[in-house]
Design a protein. Structure first.
Length: 470
């Protein structure tokens, strides 16, 4: 008996040593659907949820390599202010030991999720206000629970990656009109449209994890397309709901799909050349189905990646905010109250947008916005970049082009919310996104420059040191 026990112990220790340097992956999801009556986000009006079409989740991946752990979390929310990510990171650090700076938290930008902005929540009264308060108080712990469960499920894993191409479901929504102006979403088959003013990003980067014996574990999918196809007053994760459901059907019910939105500040799903309505759960299902098909095709051609070391870098970029003019705050307060009392039709749309921007900027009292730029890399092949706000697609394309990593994935709406971040030329063009931008021209380029520096630093760290010449 002693000899048998000794032999089993040796085999166990040998197995542990054999896998000591392996990549390990854990994954989990936690339901974060609010109750009925919660104010919903995404528009310049207060609307209360009447039900749930499909549940919202915080989905987490935990990666560990050579003793370094990192967590990537995607939440089915329209946005997430910094106080929530700070609180969640602190809880995660205390319960798992994963350092706060190693945790990436972003949102999918689902417009059929809960309201997260304090400006719109200020309109909620009575029971709606209490529901919102209780939901917000509980949210950081739910995000932390997703990471805790993922960390507890760590297993040795393999990683595969590839990039698909899908250009039929996303469209640049800014158009040059015949009168020389620029409009966003100018309407279906509008004869005054000359051409779109920018590109799309058709890339569908996929990172796939399976166990050492080939069991599907998780698929991380990123795509640059606004999540605003459903509308209504039912909670829904929008098209990623169908994406995850179909991938689980094809790969197995235990596989978790984690979706993040790429730089889609000026990208949505409306094909202005088509008379189709393109709204509702059916449209979300169509888009999710098309995207799922491309992901499955991409997975078929995915190549294995040697899991090198995990590196995490971050930088705080101080973005200059919109310069307030005399009298703007007083005017903004008047518009805000008028719309609050009488509804969105009480003011012109861009007048309302401008008012909310002015009031948001005023809260900073002349101080810049401290934007966190975060980079997580796996070996010399895969890089995840997290940026706050809704960035224009041109900025994401520039960042990918500058990155030394073959697979560079950019997730927006991470760690905080600064609303729209256009590229420099869009400010002069005007229209909704430029009016709604809290930061000054050039801010988007500042974020790209910072992320590029971090990517290059991470990549150079992996290169063999050259001998010093004497």
């Amino acid at each position: 008996m002693k000899r048998t026990s000794f032999s089993l112990t040796v085999l166990f220790l040998t197995a542990c040593v054999a896998h000591a340097g392996d990549l390990r992956l854990g994954r989990a999801e936690v339901r974060i659907t609010p109750p009925v009556g919660m104010p919903m986000g995404g528009y310049f009006a207060l609307r209360l949820a009447t039900g749930t079409h499909d549940d919202l989740y915080a989905k987490a991946l935990v990666l560990e390599k050579d003793g370094v752990k990192t967590a990537i979390v995607a939440c089915d929310l329209e946005s997430i202010p910094r106080k929530f990510t700070d609180a969640a990171r602190d809880l995660i650090r205390k319960s798992t030991g994963v350092p706060g700076e190693n945790i990436m938290i972003s949102t999918t930008h689902a417009h059929t999720g809960p309201e997260m902005s304090p400006f719109f929540l200020a309109w909620a009264e009575g029971q709606a206000a209490e529901v919102a308060r209780q939901y917000h108080d509980s949210l950081p712990a739910k995000i932390a629970e997703a990471v805790q469960r993922a960390e507890q499920s760590l297993v040795p894993a393999r990683v595969w990656t590839a990039t698909g191409h899908e250009d039929s479901i996303s469209f640049n929504r800014r158009f040059l009109m015949r009168d020389g102006t620029v409009r966003f979403n100018p309407g279906k088959q509008n004869p005054e449209i000359v051409r779109p003013l920018g590109p799309i990003d058709p890339a569908v980067p996929v990172v796939y994890f399976d166990s050492l014996d080939g069991k599907p574990l998780a698929a991380y999918v990123n795509f640059a397309l606004h999540l605003d196809t459903v509308g209504g007053t039912e909670f829904s994760a929008d098209y990623p709901y169908t994406l995850g459901k179909l991938l689980a059907g094809a790969k197995g019910p235990d596989m978790l799909t984690v979706f993040t939105i790429g730089t889609a500040g000026n990208i949505n799903h409306f094909d202005v050349s088509s008379p189709a309505t393109q709204q509702g759960h059916e449209e979300a299902a169509r888009i999710g189905t098309v995207l799922a098909g491309e992901v499955l095709r991409t997975l078929w051609n995915a190549k294995p990646v040697t899991a090198g070391p995990i590196q995490v870098r971050r930088e705080i970029v101080r973005l200059p905010l919109y310069e307030l003019k005399p009298g703007e705050i007083e005017k903004a307060r008047e518009v805000y109250e008028r719309v609050r009392k009488n509804g969105p039709e009480a003011a012109e749309f861009l007048e309302t947008v401008q008012a909310f921007k002015v009031l948001a900027v005023a809260q900073y009292r002349g101080k810049p916005f401290e934007a966190e730029v975060q980079v997580i890399t796996l070996g010399d092949q895969i890089a995840w970049v997290a940026l706050p706000g809704e960035l224009f697609v041109e900025l994401g394309l520039a960042l990918k082009n500058a990155s030394p990593f073959p697979q560079t994935i950019v997730a927006e709406l991470a760690h905080d919310m600064i609303d729209y971040v256009p590229n420099r030329k869009a400010y002069a063009e005007g229209a909704y996104e430029a009016v709604n931008s809290r930061c000054q021209p050039g801010s988007g380029e500042m974020l790209v420059d910072a992320a590029t520096r971090l990517l290059i630093e991470s990549y150079l760290k992996l290169q063999p040191r050259q001998p010093t010449l004497r």
